[in-house]
Write a protein that binds this ligand. Structure first.
Ligand code: FES
Ligand code: FES
Length: 184
């Protein structure tokens, strides 16, 4: 990492991989990862609500683990792999919303079960639940509630979000068994 100055501010070179693409930039040490993603990389799917680690709207995956991007500096993401909501599906262009099979199981489940209303909280739920199902692919309803307990939603009352988590687990299992059948 090398440093330059811009006016009175020291800029630090940072290289991160976001949704499989390497990005290099020079940023002030105080630049939050959430702001880096939204403003420097124009990946505005990551939402910013409270900006102090409470609401979970800004959650991204860092090396596969959910992290509050408003609590991380961009420079601390140096050499890490970040996945934002834009990178969860398999659409060829990350700025185009995925549909059908190009949605990951969690995205598909939220669409099927009406797990969102205004959608502001949704990117944080999608990233959080995607990582959670990798750890626990068959949660109970109680476990699903626990899994989303760190994310706030002001619209839905959470019932359909819990249904979405359980449905996502089903879709994930269905897709895995279809893949296994194709390969056998
Ligand atoms: S914006 Fe990061 S937790 Fe609320
Ligand atoms: S859908 Fe509006 S805040 Fe969750």
């Amino acid at each position: 990492m090398t440093d330059t100055t811009q006016g009175t501010e020291t800029l630090h070179d940072v290289t991160v991989t976001v949704n499989g693409v390497r990005h290099s930039a020079s940023v002030p040490a105080r630049r939050l990862l959430s702001d880096f993603l939204r403003h420097d990389l124009e990946l505005t799917g990551t939402h910013v609500g409270c900006e102090h680690g409470v609401c979970g709207a800004c959650t991204v995956l860092v090396d596969g683990s959910p992290m509050r991007s408003c609590l991380m500096f961009a420079v601390t993401a140096q050499a890490h792999e970040i996945t934002t909501v834009e990178g969860l599906g398999t659409a060829p262009d990350a700025r185009v919303a995925p549909t059908g099979e190009s949605m990951n199981p969690v995205q598909q489940a939220f669409a099927e079960c009406h797990g969102l209303q205004c959608g502001f909280c949704t990117p944080g739920f999608l990233t959080t639940v995607t990582a959670y199902l990798d750890e626990n692919p068959a949660p109970t309803s109680e476990e699903a509630r626990e899994a989303i307990s760190g994310n706030l939603c002001r619209c839905t009352g959470y019932q359909n979000i819990v249904k979405s988590v359980l449905r996502a687990a089903e879709i994930k299992a269905e897709r895995a068994s279809e893949t296994a059948e194709v390969q056998s």
